[in-house]
Design a protein around this ligand. Structure first.
Ligand SMILES: CSC[C@@H](O)[C@@H](O)C(=O)COP(=O)(O)O
Length: 339
C-alpha cells in the first residue's frame, strides 16, 4: 500500500519507489529503493534529483533503515546519506531534522519523514502562489534546469509558479534552457511543460543572451540549491551566466525556493561546497542517453554541477515566507523565524 505519493516518489512502509529521472522522457519507469546503498546510487546518478526531493527521499530511507536496524547504526547511515551530494542544503536540513528525533525511536523517525514530505508540499504551494502573483498574461519566462513536481513533493519551485499561473488562466510562453551537461531542461522541464499544457520552446543554454537581446524574455525564474545569508545562491551550473545576461538586458531575475533551501550558516556564496562531477558527462553522453563520446576520450574536463550567482544580480527572492528584494535580504528578513 502506498502511504504517500508525489509525481516522482511513492512511499511504502518498508521501501520507496522513485520515477527514474534518467529515463525520462523516453520511459516512465518506477524503481524500488529499499536500502541506503540503492538510494546513494540513484542520487549520484540523478535518477532521484532536485534539492527538495533528495532531502525528502533520504529522510524516508533513513526511517525505513531505522525500523530494521539497531540505533547504534543510525548515525553512520545518516552521515553516509549526507555525504552523497554536497551542494543542495535541503539534504542537510532533512537529515538534521531526522537526527534530532533519534532519541525518540524508529516510529518517531517515520512520522518525522512524513511531516517533512507534507511540509514540502505546503511550502511549494505557498512559494508558487507568490511567484504566480508576479506573472501576467503574455509574459515570456525563461527557466533553467528542472524545478517542477519531479524535483519536490509538491507543485515545484520556479516551475511551480508557472503551474499555478497556468491554473489561474495566465497565458505564458516559457523558454526552457536545455541545461548542459545532463539536460534536465531538455529532458525533464520540456516534459513537464507539455504535461502542464504550457506553451514552450527549448533552447540551448548559449542561446539565452541573444534571446534577451532580441527583447523576447520578460522574466527569468529559477530555483536554488542553497541560498546564503547574504542572498548569494547556488543553482544548476549555467544559472550565473543567465543572471549576468539578465542584468545586462534589464530583465527581472527571480529565485524561487522554500525556506529549507536557505542556509543561515553560509554567510556568502564563497562558502557553498560545489559538487564536481565526472568528466565523462562533458566529453559525451552515457547511460540512458546511449553511449556517445564526441570529445577526445582523454580530454581534461572541469565539471562543476552548480554555480553561484551573487545577490546583486537578483531582482527578488520568492520564498514561501515572502517575496524579498535586496534591501529586505540585507536586513536579514528572509532569515526571520528560520527553523
Ligand atoms: C528543485 S529546485 C532547485 C534545484 O534543485 C534545481 O534547479 C537544480 O539545480 C537541480 O540540480 P540536480 O543536479 O538536477 O539535482
Amino acid at each position: 500500500m502506498v502511504n504517500l505519493q508525489s509525481r516522482s516518489l511513492r512511499v511504502y512502509a518498508d521501501a520507496l519507489e522513485y520515477l527514474d529521472q534518467t529515463r525520462l522522457p523516453q520511459a516512465e519507469e518506477w524503481v524500488r529503493c529499499d536500502s541506503p546503498d540503492a538510494w546513494q546510487h540513484a542520487v549520484k546518478h540523478l535518477a532521484i534529483r532536485g534539492a527538495p526531493l533528495i532531502g525528502l527521499s533520504a529522510a524516508f530511507v533513513l526511517a525505513q533503515y531505522a525500523a530494521r536496524h539497531p540505533e547504534s547504526e543510525w548515525q553512520a547511515v545518516s552521515d553516509r546519506l549526507r555525504a552523497t551530494r554536497p551542494t543542495a542544503v535541503n539534504l542537510m536540513y532533512c537529515l538534521d531534522a531526522m537526527e534530532a528525533c533519534f532519541a525518540q525511536g524508529a516510529n518517531a523517525l517515520a512520522e518525522r519523514a512524513k511531516a517533512l514530505f507534507e511540509e514540502d508540499r505546503a511550502l511549494c504551494q505557498r512559494m508558487a502562489e507568490r511567484g504566480a502573483d508576479l506573472l501576467a498574461s503574455g509574459d515570456r519566462v525563461l527557466t533553467h534546469c528542472n524545478t517542477g513536481a519531479l524535483a519536490t513533493a509538491g507543485v515545484g519551485t520556479a516551475i511551480g509558479a508557472l503551474a499555478i499561473a497556468k491554473q489561474r488562466g495566465i497565458d505564458l510562453h516559457v523558454y526552457v534552457d536545455e541545461t548542459r551537461p545532463l539536460l534536465q531542461g531538455g529532458r525533464l522541464t520540456a516534459w513537464e511543460m507539455a504535461d502542464l499544457g504550457i506553451p514552450y520552446q527549448l533552447i540551448t543554454d548559449s542561446m539565452a543572451a541573444s534571446l534577451m537581446a532580441a527583447g523576447k524574455v520578460d522574466k527569468v525564474m529559477v530555483g536554488a540549491d542553497r541560498i546564503c545569508a547574504n542572498g548569494d545562491f547556488a543553482n544548476k551550473v549555467g544559472t550565473y551566466m543567465l543572471a549576468v545576461a539578465a542584468h545586462y538586458h534589464q530583465v527581472p531575475f527571480y529565485v524561487v525556493a522554500p525556506y529549507t533551501t536557505v542556509d543561515p550558516a553560509c554567510a556568502t556564496g564563497a562558502a557553498i561546497p560545489i559538487e564536481q562531477r565526472d568528466g565523462a558527462e562533458v566529453r559525451g553522453a552515457a547511460g540512458a542517453f546511449g553511449e556517445v563520446v564526441w570529445a577526445p576520450s582523454d580530454a581534461p574536463v572541469w565539471n562543476p554541477a552548480f554555480d553561484v550567482t551573487p545577490a546583486k544580480l537578483v531582482t527578488a527572492w520568492i520564498l514561501d515566507t515572502g517575496v524579498f528584494d535586496s534591501a529586505a535580504i540585507a536586513r536579514g528578513e528572509h532569515l526571520r523565524g528560520w527553523r
